[in-house]
Design a protein around this ligand. Structure first.
Ligand code: ATP
Ligand code: MG
Length: 377
């Protein structure tokens, strides 16, 4: 298949911050971008060449995108797989509808991981109260997670026993769920990689991630754990990409529990824990997404600095006004990224910063000072 070159128009499904970074990367390379997102204030829609403000199933909107865009990608795993299938009849679509379809549902995602022979936390699929009643007791204490549309810890409940699980299941409208055993976590890591249509893979160093209230808070790169774990995570992420026959950028989240790696989730898109690549790597994850989409060879991933990324949620905004941004801007090793979202709401990802340094310890120290000055944690 021939390479799509600038100034061609590319399509992006979803207009959040990940889509916005895609638009920035594509613009820098000389491409135009059409963003489809139902929110008229979406961060990517605001800076795209064209923003189609419609639902992901609006036939008129899909036709318009098909007519004007040569290749289409997504920033959001909950785009209906049928929408990707529609585009793939006449356009290049990366990642594929099949890969997105598997990863957008926790049931198919966990089954895929297990059937691929990769390590996963013990789980049971819950379609009904009867399923809950026949669950093995050793899954408790556990976490009940809705199969579809969960993110940032939403649609999850920690449950100690059958009674609590029943209450949680009802609170999720008895939608299909996965009950997962609560693990003793040593820490969490992730790997972001990009894969070309010919199978060539470029991956970024393993990131160590910590969460606050179920939302990514800090990523430290490279991860501080054992080299063996970092290496194993890379190997497992590569296997995930190969078994999905994946083309595009992929994020794989892992638990490290009692010294063992388990695959937690697969994101068929650039990943929040890969934001350090914007400032710390030769080619960032969004440029790789553009490259994989248009059929260009992937860029070099090498990191030129140690990095620590900190998410900025709506919680740090005062009642009226803005956080004291000078705290961050006065640090000369810090790169600030605000996503241009209209309204700061608690738990909403509004931006992030990355501290770069020659040593990881120095990057951690500086990032933690600034994080604390913002009152995070
Ligand atoms: P995101 O979209 O931010 O990745 P999510 O809503 O899809 O989040 P998960 O990745 O399943 O949710 O879980 C969010 C966090 O909750 C995990 O990163 C981990 O810290 C914790 N967690 C989830 N499942 C388990 C488990 N089985 N045992 C222990 N901790 C867990
Ligand atoms: Mg997750």
């Amino acid at each position: 298949m021939s390479t799509i070159l600038p100034p061609s128009m590319l399509g992006m499904l979803g207009g959040g911050q990940l889509g916005r970074f895609f638009v920035i990367a594509a613009h820098e390379m000389g491409y135009k971008v059409t963003v489809l997102d139902p929110d008229k204030h979406s961060p990517a829609g605001k800076i795209a060449d064209v923003h189609i403000c419609s639902s992901y199933t609006d036939q008129e909107a899909l036709k318009r995108m098909e007519e004007t865009c040569l290749a289409i990608s997504t920033e959001f795993e909950n785009v209906p797989a049928e929408t990707l299938e529609f585009f793939s009849r006449n356009r290049i679509v990366r990642p594929s509808a099949i890969a997105v379809g598997i990863t957008q549902n926790r049931v198919s995602e966990k089954r895929f991981i297990r059937d691929a022979g990769l390590p996963v936390a013990p789980f049971a699929v819950i379609n009904s109260i009867q399923d809950l009643e026949s669950v093995q007791q050793d899954l408790y204490p556990g976490i009940l997670k809705v199969a579809r549309f969960g993110y940032d810890g939403k649609g999850q409940a920690r449950v100690r026993n059958l009674e609590e699980a029943k209450v949680a299941f009802a609170s999720f409208n008895s939608d299909v769920c996965v009950l997962e055993k609560m693990l003793n976590l040593d820490y969490e890591v992730s790997v972001v990689l990009a894969r070309e249509a010919n199978g060539k893979v470029v991956s970024y160093p393993t990131s160590e991630n910590s969460h606050l209230n179920g939302i990514l808070d800090i990523s430290i790169i490279p991860a501080r754990g054992k080299d063996k774990i970092n290496f194993q995570a890379q190997k497992l992420a590569l296997l995930v990409a190969e078994k999905l026959d994946y083309v595009g950028v992929l994020g794989v989240e892992f638990f490290v529990s009692d010294g063992n790696l388990l695959v937690n989730e697969i994101a068929p898109r650039p990943h929040n824990s890969g934001h350090f690549t914007i400032d710390a790597c030769i080619t960032n994850q969004f440029e790789q997404q553009v490259r994989a989409l248009v059929g260009l060879p992937l860029g070099e991933a090498r990191m030129h600095s140690s990095a620590v990324m900190v998410n900025l949620l709506g919680d740090i905004w005062p009642e009226d006004g803005e956080p004291s941004w000078d705290i961050a801007f006065s640090c000369d090793q810090l790169k600030m990224h605000l996503y241009g979202k209209n309204e700061p709401r608690p738990a909403r990802k509004m931006g992030h910063f990355t501290v770069l340094a020659t040593s990881r310890d120095e990057a951690i120290k500086k990032a933690m000072e600034i994080r604390q000055a913002f009152g995070i944690g």
